[in-house]
Structures are given as C-alpha cells and as structure tokens.
Design a protein around this ligand. Structure first.
Ligand SMILES: [Zn+2]
Length: 252
C-alpha cells in the first residue's frame, strides 16, 4: 500500500498545464536521438532507476519545438513547462507553490534531457539548470568525446519524509527542492553511473568527483556514495536550510 501512496504522489505531481517553454535568447537546437527509461518512483536508498536509459525517445518528446518563454519562470537554457501548483499528499506540508516540469537543458548546440521530466520548484530548477549547464556539461566535454544526452534522475517531487522513514522531517523532495541523479548517458550511448563509476580511477570516476565537488558550491546538500549506503547509487542534491542562518553546507 505504501507503494500505491507513493505512486499517487507522483500522479498528483503530474497534473500540469501550460506551454512548453524555451528561455529567451536560446537558440533552438536540432532534435537529437535521445534515450528514455520507464519512470518509477525513485526512493533514496531503496531503489535505482529500473532500467538503463536506452530506447530512443518517442518523436513527440524530442526537443527542438520552439515555444514561448514563460514569464513566471524564465531560466536561460532550461527546457521547461510551468506547472500547476502541487498541493497535498499523505504528509502535511508537501507541495510546491511554483512548480515547473524541467525536461532538460540546452547548451550551445547540445541538449541534455532528463530521462523523464522532473517536477521541482522554479527556484530549484534555476540552481539545477546552472549546475548542469555550467558544470556538468562542460566537464563532460572535457572528459569525454561525446556530450551528455540523458540525465537519469528521479522525479524530483515526492511527498515523503527523509529516507522514507515514518517520522521525522519532510524530505526536500516533498517541497520540490531536491533531485536524485543516478547516471548520465552520453550521446554515443555510453553511461557514466554513480553506482558503477564513483571512486574509479578512470575518466568517468574523475568526472563524477568533479561534478560532485561543483555541486557543493551550488546546493546546500550534496550526498553521494561516500555519504552512506543509501546513496551508493545516486547523488542527492537539495537546497534545504542547514543551521540557523541556512549557510551550512553538507557535502559528502
Ligand atoms: Zn534524494
């Protein structure tokens, strides 16, 4: 039954309206073949994405369709839809007042898409987009011959408590201020996996270390495989408040 409740949270988060938006000033790149995967609720320490991103996306989901910029949440280089406010769930306090559905980011002529659009607050989407465009994609460009095509992540919003424990504080996921990222698929179809490549003395391992370190300059919580076994398979990134003045950073 818990699974049913979690699924309901995701379904609730999936009722959206609004037009797909490409931020002002961004050139619309050509659509590229992209991969996707079945999206299941992604729970810290409980599961990992069920399948590797591999199948080409359906034509209707490929980027490159020009659309209006949304005044409500303009983020340069972000492919997003403004979404209907998310409210309610099985815990008090869940919800997002200004959610967006972020489907990917654009940098130059490259598009990196999430395996499925993620639901996060506009504010969080700005931080996430900045990290992807200014840290992750350039780092991948340096490390690999092929750009990042797919970011395999959880859904972002989930109405639940931290680490799925029955009591305690709400997870930042429940406020649209967190994302879990398990792997990156490059345009040449190779994967960089947090679970498999973290700590490896390889280009992939160094890439993951580099983007983890850079995440700590943008997010207030960055948890990876060195943090605890719950995060052996993914990076958890959030912008929650730590300490009295919210300046403390957790970078593990
Ligand atoms: Zn998480």
């Amino acid at each position: 039954m818990r699974l049913v409740s979690k699924l309901r949270c995701v379904v609730l988060a999936g009722t959206f309206f609004g037009l797909p938006a490409l931020a002002v000033g961004e050139a619309v790149p050509e659509a590229k073949p992209l991969a996707t995967m079945q999206q299941e609720p992604f729970l810290e320490g409980v599961d990992t994405p069920p399948t590797k991103p591999q199948a080409p996306d359906s034509p209707g989901k490929t980027p490159g369709v020009r659309s209006k910029a949304l005044a409500a949440c303009v983020i340069p280089g972000a492919l997003l839809d403004v979404a209907e406010p998310v409210a309610g769930g099985r815990h008090d306090g869940c919800g997002i007042a200004d959610p967006v559905r972020l489907s990917g980011v654009v940098r130059g002529g490259d598009v990196a898409k999430f395996s499925a659009p993620v639901t996060v607050s506009c504010e969080f989407a700005k931080v996430l987009t900045g990290w992807l465009r200014q840290d992750v994609l350039p780092e991948a460009e340096r490390a690999f011959d092929s750009p990042v095509a797919v970011v395999a992540s959880g859904p972002g919003y989930q109405c639940r408590r931290r680490n799925n424990r029955p009591d305690g504080k709400l997870s930042e996921h429940a406020l649209g201020m967190a994302i879990d990222i398990a792997q990156f698929q490059l345009a040449d179809r190779s994967d960089v996996s947090v679970e498999k490549d973290w700590g490896a003395k390889t280009e992939k391992g160094r890439f993951l270390k580099a983007i983890h370190a850079k995440a700590c300059k943008r997010f207030t919580t960055v948890l990876g495989p060195d943090a605890d076994p719950d995060h052996r398979s993914h990076f958890h990134l959030d912008t929650g408040c730590h300490g009295q003045d919210c300046t403390y950073i957790i970078c593990q």
